[in-house]
Design a protein around this ligand. Structure first.
Ligand SMILES: [Zn+2]
Length: 333
């Protein structure tokens, strides 16, 4: 056989590394960390094996564990000691994220990114202040189509982001899909002199069933209704470019797509359309399903975790938020 083209020639052991198109480094990864102001000991998260909600007192120790694997950045999520209608504990000076951020930035070199949203802080679990007609509680009311009052929520997000920056956050990451959130937060940060604190916007965040396990972790399931009118319809991709463009124009520094694996086409579209760094959030459901299959002996967990993250990188993500951060980084290290 006289074949001119034999792609197999480049798949041999000593050459594959040289021709590899995509690489994954611990420095590409961001580890989500859950801080729980109601906990006195570490609480395992059942649907996310290996992850815990840690008390504020353990936040530094938890972040040091992440740093030991080679991962340099963490994303903090908070569970407050109490919730109310508008989520006031989200911007409290002595709030859970503010306390944890002060400790972590004082005692470690971690790059601290904070999630800026209200769903963990509101008693109804929505990502903002409710529409006026919903503020009067009436459980007999039919499921409303609009739940969150967009513009009333902007003030709360702005205050929350500023309070995180005041506590020392290196970057803030608004995740509520509130129209105008990036502009409101940029204004708030600049007014307080935080010109150098970047914003990573959850710019294309879909209303996804893959978030299920996270709701165990962060205690943020909505008490009624759903998030359809503020998170994106999974059927839409042109709309993702529109969402991302609005955030880019408002000053977002990093553009995020969430979830990652079912939306790799969106990651690719944004990579091609924008010059900004692109982040992808490999969400709790993507993590949990691999763990569940591995537990049954159906998949090799280490291999599928690495392959998943590599595919997200190959699609065009520069940085990846993932619950596999520590495991995969430990292996790459
Ligand atoms: Zn939220």
């Amino acid at each position: 056989m006289d074949l001119t083209h034999r792609p197999r020639r480049l798949r041999q052991d000593r050459i594959r590394g040289l021709v590899s198109e995509t690489s994954l480094e611990p420095a590409d990864l961001i580890a989500p960390v859950f801080i729980d102001a109601t906990a006195t000991t570490r609480q395992p998260i059942e649907s996310m094996p290996g992850h815990e909600r840690v008390p504020i007192e353990d936040s530094v120790a938890r972040v040091k564990e992440v740093l030991e694997t080679g991962v340099e950045a963490v994303m903090l999520f908070g569970i407050p000691e109490s919730k109310d209608a508008t989520g006031t504990r989200a911007w409290a000076d002595d709030g859970v994220i503010q306390e944890a951020t002060r400790r972590i930035t004082a005692e470690t070199d971690a790059y601290v990114i904070t999630d800026v949203c209200l769903c963990e802080y509101t008693e109804h679990g929505h990502c903002g202040t409710l529409e006026p007609e919903l503020r009067e509680d009436d459980s007999e009311m039919p499921a409303p189509s609009l739940t969150v009052d967009n513009d009333a929520t902007l003030t709360s997000l702005r205050r929350t982001a500023v309070s995180h920056a005041n506590a020392g956050a290196d970057m803030v990451a608004p995740s509520s899909m509130t129209d105008g959130m990036v502009g409101a937060i940029r204004d708030g940060l600049d007014d307080e002199g935080f010109h150098d604190v970047p914003i990573m916007s959850y710019a294309a965040k879909y209303e996804s069933a893959f978030y299920g396990p996270f709701r165990d972790a962060a205690d943020g399931a909505p008490a009624f209704g759903n998030r359809r009118h503020y998170q994106m319809d999974p059927a839409n991709s042109r709309e993702a470019l529109r969402e991302v463009r609005l955030d880019a124009e408002a000053g977002a520094d990093v553009l995020m797509v969430k979830p990652a694996l079912p939306y790799l086409d969106i990651v690719r579209d944004i990579r091609q359309e924008f010059d900004h760094p692109v982040a992808a959030y490999n969400v709790s459901g993507e993590y949990a399903m691999l763990h569940a299959a591995a537990e049954k002996g159906w998949l090799d967990l280490e291999e599928v975790a690495l392959e998943s993250l590599l595919s997200i990188k190959r699609a065009g993500a520069d940085l990846i938020l993932t619950y596999f951060a520590e495991d995969v980084a430990g292996r790459l290290h």
